[in-house]
Design a binder for this molecule. Structure first.
Ligand SMILES: CC(C)(COP(=O)(O)OP(=O)(O)OC[C@H]1O[C@@H](n2cnc3c(N)ncnc32)[C@H](O)[C@@H]1OP(=O)(O)O)[C@@H](O)C(=O)NCCC(=O)NCCS
Length: 156
Protein backbone atom coordinates (compact mmCIF):
# COMPACT_ATOMS: atom_id res chain seq x y z
CA UNK A 1 0.00 0.00 0.00
CA UNK A 2 1.06 3.57 -0.65
CA UNK A 3 0.21 6.39 1.71
CA UNK A 4 0.14 10.14 1.08
CA UNK A 5 0.06 13.32 3.11
CA UNK A 6 -2.35 16.15 2.28
CA UNK A 7 0.19 17.72 -0.10
CA UNK A 8 0.24 14.50 -2.12
CA UNK A 9 3.71 13.48 -0.97
CA UNK A 10 4.34 9.75 -0.55
CA UNK A 11 4.67 8.92 3.14
CA UNK A 12 6.89 5.90 3.73
CA UNK A 13 8.90 4.18 6.44
CA UNK A 14 12.62 3.70 5.94
CA UNK A 15 15.38 1.93 7.82
CA UNK A 16 17.76 4.14 9.79
CA UNK A 17 20.88 4.58 7.66
CA UNK A 18 24.20 6.40 7.64
CA UNK A 19 22.51 8.99 5.42
CA UNK A 20 19.33 9.69 7.38
CA UNK A 21 20.10 9.18 11.07
CA UNK A 22 21.11 12.78 11.73
CA UNK A 23 17.85 14.09 10.31
CA UNK A 24 15.86 11.56 12.36
CA UNK A 25 17.83 12.55 15.48
CA UNK A 26 16.84 16.19 14.89
CA UNK A 27 13.08 15.52 14.63
CA UNK A 28 11.45 17.58 17.40
CA UNK A 29 7.92 18.07 18.77
CA UNK A 30 6.47 21.46 19.73
CA UNK A 31 7.46 22.84 23.15
CA UNK A 32 4.00 21.98 24.57
CA UNK A 33 4.28 18.37 23.35
CA UNK A 34 7.52 17.80 25.26
CA UNK A 35 5.51 16.86 28.34
CA UNK A 36 4.22 13.85 26.40
CA UNK A 37 7.21 12.71 24.38
CA UNK A 38 11.00 12.93 24.12
CA UNK A 39 12.41 16.33 23.15
CA UNK A 40 14.23 14.88 20.14
CA UNK A 41 14.14 11.85 17.87
CA UNK A 42 17.68 11.20 19.11
CA UNK A 43 16.31 9.85 22.37
CA UNK A 44 14.31 7.18 20.53
CA UNK A 45 17.22 6.29 18.25
CA UNK A 46 19.39 5.67 21.30
CA UNK A 47 16.67 3.61 22.94
CA UNK A 48 16.57 1.42 19.82
CA UNK A 49 20.34 1.12 19.68
CA UNK A 50 20.93 0.51 23.38
CA UNK A 51 17.78 -1.25 24.59
CA UNK A 52 17.74 -4.25 22.27
CA UNK A 53 13.95 -4.14 22.11
CA UNK A 54 12.73 -1.28 19.92
CA UNK A 55 13.30 -0.91 16.19
CA UNK A 56 13.40 2.68 14.93
CA UNK A 57 12.21 3.72 11.49
CA UNK A 58 12.42 7.05 9.71
CA UNK A 59 9.15 8.57 8.50
CA UNK A 60 9.67 10.09 5.07
CA UNK A 61 7.39 12.57 3.29
CA UNK A 62 8.66 12.40 -0.25
CA UNK A 63 12.45 12.43 0.23
CA UNK A 64 12.27 14.50 3.42
CA UNK A 65 12.70 12.99 6.89
CA UNK A 66 9.54 14.19 8.66
CA UNK A 67 9.37 11.95 11.70
CA UNK A 68 10.24 8.86 13.68
CA UNK A 69 8.37 5.75 14.75
CA UNK A 70 9.54 2.52 16.37
CA UNK A 71 8.12 -0.92 17.02
CA UNK A 72 8.80 -3.88 19.29
CA UNK A 73 7.49 -7.37 19.92
CA UNK A 74 6.37 -8.24 23.43
CA UNK A 75 7.09 -11.95 23.98
CA UNK A 76 5.00 -12.19 27.11
CA UNK A 77 1.87 -10.46 25.86
CA UNK A 78 2.26 -11.68 22.27
CA UNK A 79 1.57 -8.21 20.89
CA UNK A 80 3.50 -5.87 18.63
CA UNK A 81 3.96 -2.39 20.11
CA UNK A 82 4.29 0.96 18.37
CA UNK A 83 6.16 3.75 20.16
CA UNK A 84 8.05 6.96 19.57
CA UNK A 85 5.56 8.25 17.00
CA UNK A 86 6.86 11.74 16.43
CA UNK A 87 6.25 14.10 13.52
CA UNK A 88 8.52 17.14 13.36
CA UNK A 89 6.71 20.28 14.58
CA UNK A 90 7.12 21.96 11.18
CA UNK A 91 5.51 18.98 9.43
CA UNK A 92 2.53 18.40 11.73
CA UNK A 93 -1.08 18.78 10.64
CA UNK A 94 -0.37 17.68 7.07
CA UNK A 95 -1.57 14.09 7.31
CA UNK A 96 1.89 12.60 7.85
CA UNK A 97 1.16 11.11 11.28
CA UNK A 98 -1.96 9.35 10.01
CA UNK A 99 -0.18 8.01 6.92
CA UNK A 100 2.81 6.86 9.00
CA UNK A 101 0.54 5.05 11.46
CA UNK A 102 -1.30 3.32 8.62
CA UNK A 103 2.04 2.28 7.15
CA UNK A 104 3.37 0.91 10.44
CA UNK A 105 0.13 -0.97 11.17
CA UNK A 106 0.32 -2.42 7.65
CA UNK A 107 3.94 -3.45 8.12
CA UNK A 108 3.42 -5.04 11.54
CA UNK A 109 0.27 -6.84 10.37
CA UNK A 110 2.42 -8.59 7.73
CA UNK A 111 4.84 -10.02 10.31
CA UNK A 112 4.47 -13.73 11.09
CA UNK A 113 2.38 -14.28 14.21
CA UNK A 114 0.96 -10.75 14.25
CA UNK A 115 -2.12 -10.79 16.43
CA UNK A 116 -2.55 -7.42 18.06
CA UNK A 117 -0.91 -3.99 17.87
CA UNK A 118 -0.60 -1.99 21.05
CA UNK A 119 0.52 1.50 21.99
CA UNK A 120 0.32 3.84 24.95
CA UNK A 121 -0.46 7.54 25.15
CA UNK A 122 -0.94 10.20 27.79
CA UNK A 123 -4.64 10.84 28.50
CA UNK A 124 -4.18 14.58 27.84
CA UNK A 125 -2.46 14.02 24.50
CA UNK A 126 -5.53 14.89 22.45
CA UNK A 127 -3.86 14.81 19.02
CA UNK A 128 -2.50 11.32 19.65
CA UNK A 129 -5.77 10.08 21.16
CA UNK A 130 -7.84 11.32 18.20
CA UNK A 131 -5.42 9.84 15.70
CA UNK A 132 -5.27 6.41 17.33
CA UNK A 133 -9.01 6.16 18.01
CA UNK A 134 -9.73 7.13 14.40
CA UNK A 135 -7.55 4.22 13.28
CA UNK A 136 -9.54 1.78 15.43
CA UNK A 137 -7.32 1.51 18.53
CA UNK A 138 -9.40 0.88 21.63
CA UNK A 139 -8.62 1.50 25.28
CA UNK A 140 -7.73 -1.84 26.89
CA UNK A 141 -8.41 -0.50 30.39
CA UNK A 142 -4.74 -1.22 31.19
CA UNK A 143 -2.40 1.61 32.17
CA UNK A 144 1.36 2.02 31.84
CA UNK A 145 2.37 4.61 34.40
CA UNK A 146 -0.39 7.12 33.67
CA UNK A 147 -0.64 6.28 29.99
CA UNK A 148 -3.66 4.69 28.35
CA UNK A 149 -2.83 1.35 26.70
CA UNK A 150 -4.81 0.89 23.49
CA UNK A 151 -4.95 -2.08 21.14
CA UNK A 152 -5.90 -2.86 17.56
CA UNK A 153 -6.56 -6.48 16.52
CA UNK A 154 -4.76 -7.64 13.38
CA UNK A 155 -7.13 -9.06 10.76
CA UNK A 156 -4.95 -11.05 8.35
C1 LIG B 1 0.33 12.91 17.21
C2 LIG B 1 1.10 13.29 15.92
C3 LIG B 1 2.07 12.17 15.59
C4 LIG B 1 0.10 13.47 14.78
O1 LIG B 1 0.86 13.71 13.60
P1 LIG B 1 0.34 14.74 12.47
O2 LIG B 1 1.14 14.51 11.25
O3 LIG B 1 0.34 16.10 13.00
O4 LIG B 1 -1.16 14.22 12.30
P2 LIG B 1 -2.07 14.27 10.99
O5 LIG B 1 -1.93 15.59 10.32
O6 LIG B 1 -1.84 13.04 10.19
O7 LIG B 1 -3.50 14.18 11.67
C5 LIG B 1 -4.04 12.92 12.01
C6 LIG B 1 -5.10 13.08 13.06
O8 LIG B 1 -4.51 13.38 14.31
C7 LIG B 1 -5.40 14.23 15.05
N1 LIG B 1 -4.71 15.49 15.28
C8 LIG B 1 -3.53 15.89 14.76
N2 LIG B 1 -3.20 17.10 15.27
C9 LIG B 1 -4.19 17.44 16.11
C10 LIG B 1 -4.39 18.53 16.97
N3 LIG B 1 -3.52 19.55 17.06
N4 LIG B 1 -5.52 18.57 17.74
C11 LIG B 1 -6.41 17.56 17.68
N5 LIG B 1 -6.25 16.47 16.88
C12 LIG B 1 -5.15 16.43 16.12
C13 LIG B 1 -6.64 14.41 14.21
O9 LIG B 1 -7.55 13.37 14.54
C14 LIG B 1 -6.09 14.19 12.83
O10 LIG B 1 -7.07 13.75 11.92
P3 LIG B 1 -7.93 14.83 11.09
O11 LIG B 1 -6.95 15.76 10.47
O12 LIG B 1 -8.66 13.98 10.13
O13 LIG B 1 -8.80 15.51 12.11
C15 LIG B 1 1.85 14.64 16.09
O14 LIG B 1 0.96 15.61 16.62
C16 LIG B 1 3.06 14.56 16.99
O15 LIG B 1 4.16 14.19 16.56
N6 LIG B 1 2.89 14.91 18.29
C17 LIG B 1 3.98 14.90 19.24
C18 LIG B 1 4.43 13.49 19.56
C19 LIG B 1 3.31 12.65 20.13
O16 LIG B 1 2.52 13.08 20.96
N7 LIG B 1 3.28 11.40 19.67
C20 LIG B 1 2.33 10.41 20.15
C21 LIG B 1 2.88 9.77 21.35
S1 LIG B 1 1.79 8.52 21.96
Amino acid sequence: MRYHDRDGRDVSLAAITDDNWRAVADVAPTDEQRRFVAALGARYLLLSMRGGLWNSLAVLAGETVAGHVMWAYDDEGGAHWVGGMLVDAAEQGKGIGRAAMLAVVDRLSDLPGAREIRLAYHPENIAAAKLYVSLGFQDTGEREDDDIVAALPVHR
